[in-house]
Ligand binder design. Structure first.
Ligand SMILES: NC(=O)c1ccc[n+]([C@@H]2O[C@H](COP(=O)([O-])OP(=O)(O)OC[C@H]3O[C@@H](n4cnc5c(N)ncnc54)[C@H](OP(=O)(O)O)[C@@H]3O)[C@@H](O)[C@H]2O)c1
Length: 308
C-alpha cells in the first residue's frame, strides 16, 4: 500500500518554516490523519502560498508522551535539534514507520536512524523557501521546478504518493547522491559567507569574495566526487551563476540565525563536507577554516550582532 491508496497516519516534528508548510498542505488535502509535534500548543495553521492563503485546523501535541506509533514521520527540525527530537521519534516509530528527514545536509540517515527503533529513514531535499511569519502562520515561496526531491526508490516513491494532491511537487531522482551534493554546494558558500560577514547575498558579488567562493567550491566538488557524485569540471562556476540569480538582498538561514542570536546549522553543512573529506582521506583546508570560525561563533555566549 502507498500513501495514495489508504489513509496514513502522519506526524510532523517541527512546525517551523518548512514543517509548517508541509503540515498545512497535508492537512488541507484531508486524506491523511495528520498530527503536528511541537513545543507550543496550536490548533490551526495559516499558509500564505504562491497562489492562495489557506487556514487549516491541525491536531498538535506538545508532549512526546501523548504520541503514538504512526505510518509516517516527517522530521523537520533544524539538523542541530535532531537529538532534542529523539523523545518524539522514540514514541512515534516502529519498524513499520517511514521517517522522511526534511533537513539540509547529506548525512540524514546517519544522523537520524539511531533514534528511530529500526524505522526506514530516508532523506528529502527541500527546494521551496519557507518563512515563519508567526507561530501559526507560514509563507511559502517557489524556488524552482520542484519543491522536494527524493531518491527514486521504494520509500521515495511512497513519499511521493503520500504527498499526492498537496500541491507540493516531488522530484524522484535516480542519482540522489549527486542531487544531495548539488544542494549542499549551494549552501556551502552562501550560508557560511553571509553568516561570517553578516551581510546578505550581495556580498557574494564582490570580486574577492566571488573568487574565494569558487575556491571553496572547487575543494568541495573534489570531496563530492570522492563521495560518489557526478559533477562536471565547471560545477563551481555553475553554482556561482545560480547564486548570482538570487536577489542580492536575500539572506540565508545561517545569516538570519546568527542575526537572531540562534545556533545555526554548521555541522550539517560545512561540518559534513569536512567529515566527508576525512572519510575519503582528502584535505579540506578552506572548508576547515570556515568550520572553525563558524563553530567559534556558534559555541560562543549569545549576543545579537548588528545587521548590515
Ligand atoms: N526555511 C527554508 O526556506 C529552508 C529551505 C530549504 C531547506 N531548509 C532546511 O529545512 C530544515 C528545517 O528548517 P526550517 O527553516 O523549517 O527551521 P525553523 O523554521 O527553525 O523550524 C524548525 C522547527 O523545529 C522545531 N523544533 C525544534 N526542536 C523541536 C523539538 N524537540 N520538538 C518539536 N519541535 C522542535 C522548532 O520549534 P520552536 O518553534 O519551538 O523553536 C521550529 O518550529 C533545516 O534543515 C533547513 O536547513 C529550510
Amino acid at each position: 500500500m502507498t500513501g495514495h491508496d489508504k489513509q496514513q497516519s502522519v506526524a510532523i516534528i517541527g512546525l517551523g518554516s518548512i514543517g509548517g508548510i508541509a503540515a498545512a498542505c497535508l492537512a488541507d488535502v484531508g486524506r491523511h490523519d495528520v498530527t503536528g509535534c511541537a513545543r507550543r500548543p496550536l490548533d490551526h495553521l495559516t499558509l500564505e502560498g504562491p497562489d492562495r492563503t489557506i487556514t487549516v485546523p491541525l491536531r498538535v501535541i506538545t508532549e512526546p508522551a501523548m504520541a503514538e506509533p504512526v505510518d509516517w514521520v516527517l522530521l523537520v527540525t533544524k539538523a542541530q535539534d535532531t537529538q532534542a527530537a529523539a523523545p518524539w521519534l522514540a514514541r512515534l516509530c516502529t519498524q513499520a514507520t517511514r521517517v522522511a528527514v526534511m533537513q539540509n545536509g547529506i548525512d540524514h540517515v546517519e544522523r537520524v536512524a539511531p533514534l528511530t527503533r529500526g524505522a526506514t529513514v530516508f532523506p528529502v531535499v527541500v527546494y521551496y523557501n519557507g518563512e515563519r511569519l508567526a507561530p501559526d502562520r507560514v509563507r511559502m515561496r517557489i524556488a524552482g521546478d520542484h519543491d522536494l526531491a527524493v531518491a527514486d526508490d521504494e520509500p521515495g516513491r511512497a513519499f511521493s504518493a503520500l504527498l499526492d494532491g498537496t500541491g507540493l511537487r516531488v522530484r524522484r531522482e535516480a542519482d540522489f547522491v549527486t542531487l544531495k551534493w548539488r544542494k549542499l554546494l549551494l549552501n556551502a558558500v552562501a550560508n557560511p559567507i553571509t553568516a561570517l560577514t553578516l551581510q546578505r547575498q550581495a556580498v557574494l558579488r564582490r570580486a574577492d569574495v566571488h573568487a574565494l567562493c569558487l575556491d571553496v567550491l572547487e575543494e568541495t566538488v573534489r570531496i563530492a566526487r570522492a563521495d560518489g557524485a557526478t559533477l562536471p569540471d565547471d560545477e563551481p562556476k555553475l553554482v556561482m551563476e545560480r547564486l548570482m540569480k538570487f536577489a542580492p538582498e536575500l539572506g540565508t538561514s545561517m545569516y538570519f540565525d546568527r542575526l537572531a542570536g540562534r545556533a545555526f546549522e554548521v555541522e550539517a553543512l560545512t561540518g559534513a563536507i569536512v567529515a566527508a573529506g576525512e572519510r575519503h582521506g582528502l584535505a579540506t583546508p578552506l572548508n576547515r577554516m570556515l568550520l572553525t570560525l563558524l563553530r567559534a561563533i556558534n559555541e560562543a555566549p549569545r549576543e545579537t550582532p548588528t545587521p548590515r
